[in-house]
Write a protein that binds this ligand. Structure first.
Ligand SMILES: C[S@@+](CC[C@H](N)C(=O)[O-])C[C@H]1O[C@@H](n2cnc3c(N)ncnc32)[C@H](O)[C@@H]1O
Length: 320
Protein backbone atom coordinates (compact mmCIF):
# COMPACT_ATOMS: atom_id res chain seq x y z
CA UNK A 1 0.00 0.00 0.00
CA UNK A 2 2.78 2.37 1.05
CA UNK A 3 4.66 1.37 -2.10
CA UNK A 4 1.68 2.09 -4.28
CA UNK A 5 1.26 5.55 -2.70
CA UNK A 6 4.94 6.33 -3.16
CA UNK A 7 4.74 5.19 -6.76
CA UNK A 8 1.79 7.50 -7.31
CA UNK A 9 3.53 10.45 -5.72
CA UNK A 10 6.76 9.97 -7.70
CA UNK A 11 4.83 9.51 -10.91
CA UNK A 12 2.70 12.58 -10.30
CA UNK A 13 5.57 14.92 -9.49
CA UNK A 14 8.00 13.70 -12.18
CA UNK A 15 5.28 13.81 -14.76
CA UNK A 16 4.02 17.27 -13.89
CA UNK A 17 7.53 18.78 -13.93
CA UNK A 18 8.36 17.29 -17.33
CA UNK A 19 4.93 18.19 -18.69
CA UNK A 20 5.24 21.82 -17.56
CA UNK A 21 8.70 22.16 -19.15
CA UNK A 22 7.35 20.53 -22.30
CA UNK A 23 4.37 22.88 -22.47
CA UNK A 24 6.62 25.94 -22.06
CA UNK A 25 8.96 24.71 -24.80
CA UNK A 26 6.02 23.84 -27.04
CA UNK A 27 4.47 27.30 -26.55
CA UNK A 28 7.78 28.98 -27.38
CA UNK A 29 8.10 26.99 -30.58
CA UNK A 30 4.51 27.32 -31.73
CA UNK A 31 4.36 31.08 -31.02
CA UNK A 32 7.39 31.65 -33.23
CA UNK A 33 5.54 29.69 -35.94
CA UNK A 34 2.30 31.70 -35.41
CA UNK A 35 4.20 34.93 -35.82
CA UNK A 36 5.48 33.75 -39.17
CA UNK A 37 8.90 33.30 -37.68
CA UNK A 38 9.31 29.73 -38.83
CA UNK A 39 13.01 30.15 -39.58
CA UNK A 40 13.41 31.69 -36.13
CA UNK A 41 12.90 28.17 -34.85
CA UNK A 42 16.53 27.67 -35.62
CA UNK A 43 17.34 30.30 -33.03
CA UNK A 44 15.16 28.89 -30.28
CA UNK A 45 17.69 27.94 -27.69
CA UNK A 46 18.97 24.44 -28.14
CA UNK A 47 17.91 23.59 -24.61
CA UNK A 48 14.25 24.51 -25.22
CA UNK A 49 14.18 22.31 -28.28
CA UNK A 50 15.74 19.43 -26.38
CA UNK A 51 13.11 19.77 -23.63
CA UNK A 52 10.38 19.90 -26.26
CA UNK A 53 11.54 16.76 -28.06
CA UNK A 54 12.08 14.95 -24.79
CA UNK A 55 8.60 15.96 -23.65
CA UNK A 56 7.10 14.80 -26.95
CA UNK A 57 8.86 11.43 -26.74
CA UNK A 58 7.76 11.07 -23.12
CA UNK A 59 4.15 11.95 -23.97
CA UNK A 60 4.11 9.55 -26.90
CA UNK A 61 5.57 6.65 -24.97
CA UNK A 62 3.27 7.14 -22.03
CA UNK A 63 0.25 7.63 -24.26
CA UNK A 64 1.15 4.46 -26.13
CA UNK A 65 2.02 2.16 -23.27
CA UNK A 66 -0.40 3.21 -20.51
CA UNK A 67 -3.52 1.89 -22.29
CA UNK A 68 -1.62 -1.24 -23.31
CA UNK A 69 -0.80 -2.28 -19.74
CA UNK A 70 -3.85 -4.42 -19.04
CA UNK A 71 -3.68 -6.28 -22.35
CA UNK A 72 0.04 -6.47 -23.10
CA UNK A 73 0.29 -10.14 -22.12
CA UNK A 74 -2.28 -11.05 -24.79
CA UNK A 75 0.36 -10.50 -27.48
CA UNK A 76 1.97 -13.77 -26.38
CA UNK A 77 0.51 -17.23 -26.51
CA UNK A 78 1.56 -17.92 -22.93
CA UNK A 79 3.00 -14.95 -21.07
CA UNK A 80 3.75 -17.03 -17.94
CA UNK A 81 5.83 -19.52 -19.92
CA UNK A 82 7.62 -16.66 -21.68
CA UNK A 83 8.55 -15.12 -18.33
CA UNK A 84 10.14 -18.41 -17.27
CA UNK A 85 12.00 -18.97 -20.53
CA UNK A 86 13.41 -15.46 -20.59
CA UNK A 87 14.52 -15.46 -16.97
CA UNK A 88 16.36 -18.76 -17.49
CA UNK A 89 18.21 -17.27 -20.45
CA UNK A 90 19.07 -14.06 -18.62
CA UNK A 91 20.16 -15.94 -15.49
CA UNK A 92 22.51 -18.08 -17.63
CA UNK A 93 24.09 -14.92 -19.06
CA UNK A 94 24.50 -13.42 -15.59
CA UNK A 95 26.00 -16.63 -14.22
CA UNK A 96 28.46 -16.74 -17.11
CA UNK A 97 29.62 -13.19 -16.40
CA UNK A 98 29.29 -12.75 -12.65
CA UNK A 99 28.86 -16.21 -11.18
CA UNK A 100 25.93 -18.06 -9.68
CA UNK A 101 25.19 -15.90 -6.63
CA UNK A 102 21.59 -14.73 -6.39
CA UNK A 103 22.67 -11.95 -4.09
CA UNK A 104 22.90 -9.55 -7.02
CA UNK A 105 20.94 -6.37 -7.60
CA UNK A 106 19.39 -6.05 -11.03
CA UNK A 107 17.91 -2.95 -12.63
CA UNK A 108 15.28 -3.56 -15.32
CA UNK A 109 15.27 -0.23 -17.12
CA UNK A 110 12.01 -0.52 -19.10
CA UNK A 111 10.26 -3.27 -17.21
CA UNK A 112 6.73 -2.74 -18.55
CA UNK A 113 4.30 -5.13 -16.88
CA UNK A 114 7.24 -7.22 -15.63
CA UNK A 115 8.06 -9.78 -18.32
CA UNK A 116 11.70 -9.95 -17.24
CA UNK A 117 11.38 -8.39 -13.75
CA UNK A 118 9.02 -11.04 -12.41
CA UNK A 119 11.06 -13.96 -13.74
CA UNK A 120 14.32 -12.59 -12.36
CA UNK A 121 12.74 -11.97 -8.95
CA UNK A 122 11.43 -15.56 -9.04
CA UNK A 123 15.02 -16.68 -9.71
CA UNK A 124 15.96 -15.06 -6.41
CA UNK A 125 17.63 -11.87 -7.64
CA UNK A 126 16.92 -8.50 -6.03
CA UNK A 127 15.17 -6.65 -8.80
CA UNK A 128 14.29 -3.01 -9.32
CA UNK A 129 12.05 -2.27 -12.26
CA UNK A 130 11.47 1.14 -13.73
CA UNK A 131 9.38 2.32 -16.63
CA UNK A 132 7.89 5.48 -18.06
CA UNK A 133 4.39 3.97 -17.93
CA UNK A 134 2.85 4.16 -14.48
CA UNK A 135 -0.02 1.94 -15.65
CA UNK A 136 2.50 -0.77 -16.60
CA UNK A 137 4.22 -0.41 -13.21
CA UNK A 138 0.90 -0.80 -11.40
CA UNK A 139 0.24 -3.99 -13.34
CA UNK A 140 3.76 -5.28 -12.57
CA UNK A 141 3.12 -4.52 -8.89
CA UNK A 142 -0.13 -6.52 -9.02
CA UNK A 143 1.50 -9.43 -10.87
CA UNK A 144 4.31 -9.55 -8.31
CA UNK A 145 1.83 -9.61 -5.42
CA UNK A 146 -0.10 -12.45 -7.10
CA UNK A 147 3.15 -14.46 -7.29
CA UNK A 148 4.28 -13.53 -3.81
CA UNK A 149 7.34 -11.79 -5.21
CA UNK A 150 8.93 -8.62 -3.98
CA UNK A 151 9.92 -5.97 -6.55
CA UNK A 152 11.14 -2.42 -6.15
CA UNK A 153 9.26 -0.41 -8.76
CA UNK A 154 9.96 3.15 -9.65
CA UNK A 155 8.62 5.38 -12.42
CA UNK A 156 11.60 6.64 -14.39
CA UNK A 157 12.65 7.59 -17.86
CA UNK A 158 15.67 5.50 -18.78
CA UNK A 159 17.25 8.62 -20.26
CA UNK A 160 17.26 10.19 -16.81
CA UNK A 161 17.49 7.77 -13.94
CA UNK A 162 18.17 10.31 -11.22
CA UNK A 163 14.86 9.50 -9.50
CA UNK A 164 15.98 5.96 -8.67
CA UNK A 165 16.35 5.52 -4.92
CA UNK A 166 19.61 3.55 -5.31
CA UNK A 167 22.40 2.87 -7.79
CA UNK A 168 25.51 0.67 -8.04
CA UNK A 169 23.53 -2.22 -9.56
CA UNK A 170 25.40 -5.42 -10.45
CA UNK A 171 23.32 -5.95 -13.57
CA UNK A 172 21.04 -3.85 -15.76
CA UNK A 173 18.75 -5.15 -18.48
CA UNK A 174 16.85 -3.40 -21.25
CA UNK A 175 14.89 -6.11 -23.02
CA UNK A 176 11.74 -6.75 -25.02
CA UNK A 177 12.96 -4.32 -27.68
CA UNK A 178 12.40 -1.33 -25.40
CA UNK A 179 15.23 0.51 -27.18
CA UNK A 180 12.84 1.03 -30.09
CA UNK A 181 11.05 3.61 -27.91
CA UNK A 182 14.14 5.84 -28.02
CA UNK A 183 13.73 8.29 -30.85
CA UNK A 184 17.32 9.03 -31.87
CA UNK A 185 20.95 7.96 -31.55
CA UNK A 186 21.37 10.75 -28.97
CA UNK A 187 18.56 9.26 -26.89
CA UNK A 188 20.19 5.83 -27.07
CA UNK A 189 23.45 7.34 -25.82
CA UNK A 190 21.62 9.26 -23.08
CA UNK A 191 19.86 6.11 -21.87
CA UNK A 192 22.97 3.92 -22.03
CA UNK A 193 25.02 6.57 -20.22
CA UNK A 194 22.44 6.72 -17.46
CA UNK A 195 22.40 2.93 -17.22
CA UNK A 196 26.20 2.80 -17.13
CA UNK A 197 26.22 5.45 -14.39
CA UNK A 198 23.85 3.33 -12.31
CA UNK A 199 25.93 0.15 -12.57
CA UNK A 200 28.76 -0.73 -10.26
CA UNK A 201 32.25 -0.94 -11.72
CA UNK A 202 32.42 -3.97 -13.97
CA UNK A 203 28.62 -4.31 -13.81
CA UNK A 204 26.88 -6.21 -16.60
CA UNK A 205 24.39 -4.75 -19.07
CA UNK A 206 22.16 -6.98 -21.20
CA UNK A 207 20.23 -5.36 -24.02
CA UNK A 208 17.91 -6.88 -26.61
CA UNK A 209 16.70 -5.54 -29.93
CA UNK A 210 14.65 -6.91 -32.75
CA UNK A 211 16.51 -7.89 -35.86
CA UNK A 212 15.51 -4.90 -37.96
CA UNK A 213 17.83 -5.81 -40.82
CA UNK A 214 15.06 -7.81 -42.45
CA UNK A 215 12.10 -5.74 -41.24
CA UNK A 216 13.55 -2.58 -42.78
CA UNK A 217 13.44 -4.18 -46.18
CA UNK A 218 9.65 -4.31 -45.93
CA UNK A 219 9.19 -0.54 -45.81
CA UNK A 220 6.84 1.34 -46.16
CA UNK A 221 4.39 -1.24 -44.83
CA UNK A 222 5.02 -4.40 -42.88
CA UNK A 223 2.16 -6.70 -42.02
CA UNK A 224 2.80 -9.66 -39.75
CA UNK A 225 0.61 -12.65 -40.41
CA UNK A 226 -2.10 -12.80 -37.72
CA UNK A 227 -1.43 -15.19 -34.83
CA UNK A 228 -4.28 -17.39 -33.73
CA UNK A 229 -4.29 -18.58 -30.12
CA UNK A 230 -6.69 -20.57 -28.01
CA UNK A 231 -7.27 -19.70 -24.37
CA UNK A 232 -9.54 -22.12 -22.52
CA UNK A 233 -11.38 -22.88 -25.74
CA UNK A 234 -11.66 -19.23 -26.78
CA UNK A 235 -9.90 -17.88 -29.83
CA UNK A 236 -7.61 -14.85 -29.83
CA UNK A 237 -6.06 -13.26 -32.85
CA UNK A 238 -3.14 -10.89 -32.67
CA UNK A 239 -2.16 -8.88 -35.66
CA UNK A 240 0.58 -6.31 -36.19
CA UNK A 241 0.98 -3.69 -38.84
CA UNK A 242 3.91 -1.32 -39.12
CA UNK A 243 3.66 1.90 -41.07
CA UNK A 244 7.10 3.33 -41.74
CA UNK A 245 7.21 7.10 -41.58
CA UNK A 246 10.84 7.57 -42.58
CA UNK A 247 14.02 5.56 -43.05
CA UNK A 248 14.15 4.37 -39.47
CA UNK A 249 10.87 5.26 -37.77
CA UNK A 250 7.53 3.51 -37.89
CA UNK A 251 4.24 3.37 -36.06
CA UNK A 252 3.47 -0.12 -34.84
CA UNK A 253 -0.23 -0.96 -34.66
CA UNK A 254 -1.21 -3.99 -32.62
CA UNK A 255 -4.72 -5.38 -33.00
CA UNK A 256 -5.97 -7.97 -30.53
CA UNK A 257 -9.31 -9.64 -31.01
CA UNK A 258 -10.41 -12.01 -28.27
CA UNK A 259 -13.91 -13.14 -29.23
CA UNK A 260 -15.71 -9.83 -29.18
CA UNK A 261 -13.09 -7.96 -27.15
CA UNK A 262 -11.20 -5.72 -29.54
CA UNK A 263 -8.09 -3.80 -28.63
CA UNK A 264 -5.95 -1.57 -30.77
CA UNK A 265 -2.69 0.01 -29.64
CA UNK A 266 -0.14 2.02 -31.47
CA UNK A 267 3.35 3.10 -30.56
CA UNK A 268 5.95 5.16 -32.33
CA UNK A 269 9.13 3.14 -32.75
CA UNK A 270 12.59 3.53 -34.18
CA UNK A 271 14.48 0.67 -35.77
CA UNK A 272 17.89 0.30 -34.17
CA UNK A 273 20.43 -1.73 -36.10
CA UNK A 274 23.07 -3.75 -34.23
CA UNK A 275 25.93 -1.49 -35.36
CA UNK A 276 24.13 1.63 -34.13
CA UNK A 277 23.47 -0.01 -30.81
CA UNK A 278 27.13 -1.02 -30.50
CA UNK A 279 28.19 2.56 -31.31
CA UNK A 280 25.81 3.97 -28.70
CA UNK A 281 27.13 1.55 -26.08
CA UNK A 282 30.69 2.60 -26.88
CA UNK A 283 29.90 6.32 -26.74
CA UNK A 284 28.17 5.74 -23.39
CA UNK A 285 31.41 4.27 -22.06
CA UNK A 286 30.61 0.55 -22.03
CA UNK A 287 33.40 -1.93 -22.68
CA UNK A 288 33.59 -5.63 -23.65
CA UNK A 289 30.57 -5.29 -25.93
CA UNK A 290 29.62 -8.58 -27.46
CA UNK A 291 26.63 -9.90 -29.36
CA UNK A 292 25.30 -13.35 -28.68
CA UNK A 293 25.78 -15.53 -31.72
CA UNK A 294 22.43 -15.37 -33.46
CA UNK A 295 21.75 -19.07 -33.49
CA UNK A 296 22.69 -19.31 -29.82
CA UNK A 297 20.42 -16.47 -28.70
CA UNK A 298 17.92 -18.49 -26.75
CA UNK A 299 15.42 -15.65 -26.96
CA UNK A 300 15.47 -15.73 -30.73
CA UNK A 301 12.08 -16.57 -32.20
CA UNK A 302 10.70 -17.30 -28.78
CA UNK A 303 10.15 -13.81 -27.49
CA UNK A 304 7.09 -12.76 -29.39
CA UNK A 305 6.51 -15.96 -31.34
CA UNK A 306 5.48 -13.97 -34.35
CA UNK A 307 8.55 -14.78 -36.35
CA UNK A 308 10.72 -11.75 -35.63
CA UNK A 309 14.04 -11.99 -33.93
CA UNK A 310 15.52 -10.63 -30.78
CA UNK A 311 19.24 -10.05 -30.90
CA UNK A 312 21.05 -9.69 -27.61
CA UNK A 313 24.23 -7.92 -26.61
CA UNK A 314 26.13 -7.81 -23.35
CA UNK A 315 28.46 -5.06 -22.22
CA UNK A 316 30.35 -4.15 -19.07
CA UNK A 317 30.72 -0.92 -17.16
CA UNK A 318 34.43 -0.08 -16.99
CA UNK A 319 36.39 -1.38 -14.00
CA UNK A 320 37.82 2.06 -13.25
C1 LIG B 1 7.99 -3.19 -25.75
S1 LIG B 1 7.75 -2.79 -24.06
C2 LIG B 1 8.82 -3.96 -23.25
C3 LIG B 1 8.54 -4.07 -21.78
C4 LIG B 1 9.20 -5.26 -21.09
N1 LIG B 1 10.64 -5.14 -21.05
C5 LIG B 1 8.76 -6.54 -21.77
O1 LIG B 1 9.58 -7.19 -22.46
O2 LIG B 1 7.60 -6.89 -21.64
C6 LIG B 1 8.63 -1.27 -23.97
C7 LIG B 1 8.52 -0.58 -22.61
O3 LIG B 1 9.39 0.55 -22.61
C8 LIG B 1 8.77 1.57 -21.85
N2 LIG B 1 9.42 2.84 -22.20
C9 LIG B 1 9.31 3.53 -23.34
N3 LIG B 1 10.10 4.61 -23.30
C10 LIG B 1 10.74 4.59 -22.10
C11 LIG B 1 11.68 5.43 -21.46
N4 LIG B 1 12.17 6.51 -22.07
N5 LIG B 1 12.11 5.10 -20.23
C12 LIG B 1 11.65 4.00 -19.59
N6 LIG B 1 10.73 3.17 -20.15
C13 LIG B 1 10.29 3.46 -21.38
C14 LIG B 1 7.31 1.47 -22.22
O4 LIG B 1 6.47 2.11 -21.29
C15 LIG B 1 7.13 -0.04 -22.26
O5 LIG B 1 6.72 -0.55 -21.03
Amino acid sequence: MANAKLLHWHAGSAQSVIEHCGVVAKTLISSSMDLGLGPALDYVPHLARQVFYRYEAFRWSKAAYDPFAEHYHLMFSDWGALIERQSATIAALIEGALGGSRDLRILDTACGIGTQTLGLAAQGYLVTGCDISTAALKRAHREAAARNLHLHLSPADMRKLTSLPESGFDVAVCLGNSVCALDSFDDLVLAFSEIQRNLRRGGLFIVGVRDYRRAMMERPLKIDPPMLRWDAGKSRTVHQLWLWTDETRYTAHVYIDAEGDHHHFSARCRAVLPQELTNALQVAGFVDISWLPEDAAALKNSVYETGFDQLMATARAPEF
